[in-house]
Ligand binder design. Structure first.
Ligand SMILES: NC(=O)c1ccc[n+]([C@@H]2O[C@H](COP(=O)([O-])OP(=O)(O)OC[C@H]3O[C@@H](n4cnc5c(N)ncnc54)[C@H](O)[C@@H]3O)[C@@H](O)[C@H]2O)c1
Length: 439
């Protein structure tokens, strides 16, 4: 099938590459000329495991192309996926300007039947707005061209996005046009060969499904972080508690790891967007609390640093391992590391940081206010303590003797609970983690 992807970011690029992998002819549009140049030169603008290989193979096979030319993009695909950003507006609501601009462009230029598929995470009712914008453009042009809008929220996880797209737990389609839904079922069928379902529903329920999924996941994280706080106060160990509750099949083992709070491009903005969607008359006390717990959690590691070193941190240097909001991505959007590092800088400390993939993104945020090191151990030179903010695998079994020899004092603040407190004590470290009463 001929497919156009509008917006070649994390979602758009993975979607385009994976659809091309199944033999479709895909054209990815982006307004960001630099991004398109990078892709055309054979590189990726983002880090996502396995993506480069899929992109290169399909570019070489002539099935995947990139453009900044809106006219060419509209002409190309009968299927027009919208995968542009929906960042938070000032009041927390999802800013729809990019989605509606993409729809407007399609309405202004289309000359034949189009299925417009909304893959961006959008407030309930946006499908109707997209349809109205396209209809308005067609009316202004005085032409009568048929189109339909389908909601198709994306559930991929950054860090495993290719894998998730290739083998989704489910595909959700929202719409009421049987032929369009049939076409999309055909498009997705090769990804569902293990029997996972395509769920067809009305557009509003499809839009809500995405927010409900993210809200549930964020709730699980804030839940375990709140339990971790209580564990610390009452001298219980959240790791043991987590093990005990995760074996209950009604609860399960996923997304109940305590840490420095959730971040990334989706959970924070989507929780805020949901609260805003509810409006003033329908408060959402649960999600409001989920957000509050998360904000508090992001400050807890810094509080532990102050408890250990005292209020004056101005003469100290801190080593940071991990900047990305989670492992296997370079995404720094709303990363908890931003809050922790800002707190350290505001306290007058120096920061030496290492991340396997996110240093370039971090540089866009911190510039030269922090030092970036080429290897993780280099960040430790002369530092008063090590803070672990992202659980990259390569941090899990380090050379502790080397860490000890490089730090001024053997102190580790572990925001991801990747080490065993008893082991670290035996090795002579002062070790602080989350909810394990080890301080
Ligand atoms: N990142 C994720 O893991 C993820 C997962 C599921 C859903 N989502 C949702 O998918 C959407 C996209 O997220 P993302 O992380 O891929 O965003 P992104 O910021 O990485 O990419 C968006 C891209 O769209 C481009 N763009 C904006 N307006 C455009 C236009 N009119 N025409 C062409 N290109 C345009 C931007 O230049 C940018 O490259 C959001 O709604 C997000 O909530 C994201």
């Amino acid at each position: 099938m001929k497919v156009t992807i509008v917006g070649t970011g994390y979602v758009g690029l993975v979607t385009g590459a994976c659809l091309a992998e199944m033999g479709n002819h895909v054209l990815c549009l982006d307004l960001d000329a630099e991004k398109i140049r990078t892709l055309e030169s054979g590189s990726l603008p983002i880090h996502e495991p396995g993506l480069l290989e899929v992109v290169r193979r399909n570019v070489a096979g002539g099935r995947l192309q990139f453009t900044t030319d809106g006219e060419r993009a509209v002409a190309h695909g009968t299927l027009q996926f919208i995968a542009v950003g929906t960042p938070p507006d000032e009041d927390g609501s999802a800013d729809l300007q990019y989605v509606l601009a993409a729809a407007r462009n399609i309405g202004q230029l289309m000359t034949d039947y189009k299925v417009v598929i909304d893959k961006s995470t959008v407030p309930v009712g946006t499908g109707d707005k997209v349809g109205a914008v396209i209809a308005e453009q067609l009316a202004t042009r005085g032409v009568d061209v048929d189109f339909t809008v389908v909601s198709n929220p994306e559930f991929m996880k950054e860090g495993a996005a290719v894998e998730d797209f290739m083998k989704p737990d489910r595909v959700v389609l929202g719409g009421d046009n049987p032929e369009a839904l049939e076409t999309l079922k055909e498009l997705y069928e090769p990804f569902l060969r293990t029997g996972n379902p395509i769920l067809v529903m009305d557009s509003r329920s499809a839009e809500m499904s995405k927010y409900a999924a993210n809200a549930m996941l964020a709730t699980k994280i804030s839940f375990i972080n709140e339990i971790a706080c209580l564990c610390e106060a009452l001298r219980a160990d959240v790791s043991e508690v987590r093990r005990a509750i995760s074996l209950d099949r009604r609860i399960g083992p996923h997304f109940i790891f305590p840490g420095v709070g959730y971040g990334g491009s989706c959970f924070p903005k989507d929780i805020r967007a949901m609260i805003s969607m509810a409006g003033d008359n329908r408060a959402m006390p649960l999600l409001t609390a989920v957000e509050q717990v998360n904000e508090r959690q992001k400050g807890r590691l810094f509080d532990k640093v102050k408890n250990h070193f005292g209020d004056d941190l101005s003469r100290l240097t801190f080593a940071i391992w991990g900047l990305a909001f989670k492992p296997r991505t370079d995404d720094m959007r709303d990363a908890p590391s931003i809050v922790v590092i800002k707190a350290l800088l505001d306290a007058g400390s120096r920061v030496q940081a290492f991340d396997p993939e996110a240093m370039e993104e971090a540089r866009k945020i911190f510039g030269d206010r922090i030092q970036y090191t080429h290897r993780n151990y280099d960040a430790l030179h002369g530092a008063a303590a090590l803070l672990i903010l992202t659980e990259w695998n390569e941090f899990r079994r380090p050379d502790f003797a080397r860490i000890k020899s490089l730090l001024k004092q053997p102190v580790i603040f572990d925001g991801r609970n990747i080490f065993d407190p008893a082991d670290l004590r035996k090795l002579g470290f002062t070790y602080y983690s989350i909810g394990r009463n080890d301080g």
